[in-house]
Design a protein around this ligand. Sequence first.
Ligand code: PMP
Length: 748
Amino acid sequence: MEQIESIFGISISGVEGLDGDINYSNRKFRITGSDGVKYILKIFPDAQEWMLAEEESIILDKIGHELSFQVPQNIRLSDGSMFFDFEKDKAKLLSFIEGEFMAKVRHSPKLLISLGEKIAELDLSLRSIDSPVFASRHLFWDIQNAHLSLPKIPLIKESGQRKLVQYYLDRFTENVLPIQHNLRHSIIHGDLNDYNILVENDEIKGFLDFGDATYSPLVNDLAVALTYIMLNKTDPWEVVLPMIRGYQKHIKLTKEELELLPDLITSRLCISLCNSAEKKHLGQDNEYVLISEKPAWTLLELWSRTNPIKIKNCFHEAAGFPLVARTPKKHQVDVRAKVSGKSLGLSYADPIYMTSALFQYMFDEVGNSYLDCYNNIPHVGHSHPVVSKVISKQVRELNTNTRYLTDSFNTCSEKLLSQFPEQLSKIYYLNSGSEACDLAIRIARTVTNRKTVVVLENGYHGNTSTGIEISSYKFDGKGGRGIGPHILKLPLPNLFNGKFKTAKEFAYHAMDAIEQLPEKPCAFIAEPISGCGGQVPLAGGYLSYLFDYFSVNGILTISDEVQTGFGRLGKWFWGFQMHDIVPDMVVLGKPMGNGQPISALVTSKKISDDFTNGMEFFSSFGGNPVSCEVVKSVLEIIESEDLQGNARVVGDYFKSQLQELKDSFPCMADVRGEGLFLGIEFLDKARKPDKSIANHVKNKLKDEFILVGTDGPFDNVIKIKPPMCFTKQNVDLFASTLDRILRSTDAL
Ligand code: PMP
């Protein structure tokens, strides 16, 4: 330090190391002179850093004078130079700016307006700078290079968080990367995080650390600042309006810049989160490196739950742009009524006009977000980035029919069949659960040369003619023509309020009924937990009692796993495993393609051989490479995100929370199901099915932005079957909302 005293002619009374500060790349000290004047000493350990520091100094020299706030000033030696040898390194002195870090103060609207304004002022002054050195840099922190963080995604340990970052970086690649070169470019500060902004008396005092300056879209300075100001806020979108209003006092945002801002902010969050993951992976993490990690996750997660239209409109409003207006719902309702038959229904008397969805959230046209507790088709979550990528990649490569050999068909089949007991070794692909059930019956009738199918009361197995024929839910329901020939309907083995009290009684009754038929049936079809029957698990032991009898009598067994398959039940990957039996055929659908239309029938070699009678099996779309790649990705995601484990843990928690509520509300007569396939049955005071309260609850939940459905023969059961990434926090929200609804319901 004596060296500095002699070079600069100051006497030093204090030195404080700032190493390990948020600006961790250089060695930094705060030096206080005996006259109370403070300086920053920066030491540059290698030539490159020194060269960049030289460039930074040139910028500071050029912009320092005309601004209404401060930036660090270069302190020169008597010969006018800035750098001096300090031990083995180069060093320089900068002026010290008094003030508090933006990160440490309350953000009043006035301060935020002032911040926006000063950022614009800073950017305007930087526009005149021409710095080939900074312009040629390719910094991963620079939002325009967010794609450089993509390879770091695997370093994020938690699978849900990985998925989130993948989703938002994909948005960068799709929405920003192709058009960012058209935006206004300039030398920008590049790192306006809240530790590089100083505040005094609710005013912006200055900006620090120009070491990340780079040539980038102008709007990125505003985007970085917004990112950090939005952290740790209950309502992060509140800061957008004052900051943009302030910014626009000097720089008017273009339409393109404004539209991209939300994606630029999420991109910067992702860059920071990928950097934290990398630093942890390399063991280089410390308090300062990870300072924004937790709030960044919180913000990104909140972002993913927020309706994109709401976010967009918040930016539009702030910038004075017209709000996004979707086609009015009334118009959609009218068009729908015009083009579609009335037998195609809509959920809710006032239907929801959905515009997008992400993971377990769905978004409507006016900016609302719904917690999806109902849709089991997006099994691994709505808009899962891996599924989206697989579809778009395969669609560009090959999408053809199964009369050609393809990798996709074979690898998908092997992967899927590896989830089954060994004897179930053959697969047929179709496009819907209905088609797969239809094929199951066709196979059973062909193989056994018999006709009669045994079904369960209130079962549903599809919309084809055969589907309706075997679905009591349809033939016994509204508009149904009653049971047809060649169908034997058995009572649903429901231990809550079914016809008998034990599985054995149900099974004996079934065998008796079959014995009375003029010919033995060809097949028995059932779901392991009856969905349309009201989420009723078949009585434990019922199927194992019957399966020996079926086997002896050559009656083929079909497990309809359209709803229960793919790990939804938590403890089991397939519903038949819950009943400790192996059926002859298994029907798969809904979750298999996460929304891509694909279904399958899985059976044994023997049955498959017996079905081969010369008539070809072919489905134009079934088993095409796009669908097969999607199925593979669904299986991989279930594994990599441990969604079956999640269904078990969150499902058990869900059930326990509902059971607790059941103790307080007698109308909740039964809570049942497994994993994330649950039902709540409502009864009235006379213990009769209470459709009206189930319906009331469903509609009230909708008013609170939670989606469920009702079902069962009396429509008095609330069905819960959410995307498998459902969380305990989602359960808590559901349970507290249900509690509130039931408390304020007069009928109780
Ligand atoms: N089986 C079951 C158990 C189902 O729940 C459904 C659909 N709800 C089907 C078959 C028919 O599937 P899809 O709608 O894909 O034709």
